[in-house]
Design a protein around this ligand. Structure first.
Ligand code: RIB
Ligand code: CA
Length: 306
């Protein structure tokens, strides 16, 4: 089967790290580039983590640094969960980093779109880089096959009562992407919080002899120790779903709906607002992924990563 040209934009980040390994091991993608964005932690850390993870996987793929602030220049981070450096203090040595290209991620993305017929973009951090690409090169929108994001939610948020982190960190960027007319697959909290990484899975990871799995399990050891609830520990593998949506679409359920991004509300900034009215005539711009077969998720996740 022909591999799909793919751009992967990420803010590693613990769950991003798992998603990167899943992407690396999946056969269907022709990954043209990886790009970092500020999000979970500052750009210098997300970029260093991306380089260290790619080096650990001995993955020959170009890496580009993206933007370090949101469209409006605000910085919202999630250091409380991922730690100041993004991997709970796990540090890569300078000789354990894959090469960083010296071109900007936005320019590199534009070149990938120009050089390929249709390119899939998967974004699992704030949408700053993707929105900037669309603003800088609207002529290239037609070269984007679809954009698949981890982000948003219908109902409860995680970083605020109404907003999911990736959208809240750059609502203007999300609004630009949602209104772009490009096909958007949205894997929000409604589906990602149905996944889990639990202590049994962790024990399997710790038995793996793959370098990347040693790193992932070391980071999760710190997380589990911090949580202090070892036997009952579980966390969500949000970002991996944005990749698995393409490797195993059959395990998901989705429907086309209209969604807007709130950028002004005092309590709702960053909220993804769904128009679920049956009589709504609003253009259905989002393929909202609402459900996943959990048993299939766990089997595929472990088979691919281990
Ligand atoms: O809300 C979850 C999302 O925010 C994930 O992408 C996680 O990595 C953080 O970026
Ligand atoms: Ca992320």
């Amino acid at each position: 089967m022909k591999k799909v040209p793919t751009i992967f934009d990420t803010d590693p980040g613990i769950d991003d790290a798992f998603a990167l390994s899943f992407l690396n091991k999946s056969e269907i993608f022709d990954v043209k580039m990886l790009s970092s964005v500020a999000g979970n932690v500052k750009l210098k850390h997300t970029t260093r983590n991306l380089r260290g993870l790619v080096f650990a996987m001995d993955w020959q793929v170009p890496i580009f640094k993206g933007l370090d602030k949101s469209i409006l220049g605000k910085q919202i981070l999630a250091e409380g969960f991922h730690g100041e450096n993004g991997l709970l203090g796990y540090e890569f040595k300078d000789d354990e980093l894959a090469k960083l290209e010296n071109q900007s991620a936005i320019k590199a993305m534009a070149e990938v779109l120009e050089e390929n017929d249709k390119t899939l973009i998967i974004a699992v951090g704030p949408l700053t880089n993707i929105a900037s690409l669309i603003l800088a090169r609207p002529d290239l929108k037609e070269k984007i096959k679809e954009i698949t994001i981890m982000g948003g939610a219908i109902g409860m948020g995680n970083v605020t009562a109404t907003a999911e982190f990736n959208i809240f960190a750059d609502p203007e960027a999300a609004a630009i992407v949602f209104d772009s007319g490009i096909k958007i697959n949205m894997l929000g909290l409604n589906v990602t919080t149905k996944t889990s990484y639990d202590i049994d899975m962790h024990k399997d990871f710790k038995r793996s002899d793959k370098k990347i799995n040693e790193i992932l399990s070391s980071v999760m050891d710190i997380r589990i120790d911090q949580a202090g609830a070892e036997e009952n520990y579980t966390t969500f593998m949000h970002d991996t779903l944005a990749v698995m949506y393409h490797t195993n679409p059959e395990i998901f359920e989705s429907q086309m709906i209209h969604m807007d991004v709130e950028t002004r509300g005092e309590f709702t900034r960053g909220m993804t607002v769904a128009d679920l009215r049956t009589h709504s005539t609003a253009y259905k711009n989002i393929n909202f992924v609402s459900d996943i077969d959990i048993d299939s998720f766990k089997k595929i996740f472990m088979d691919v990563l281990l």
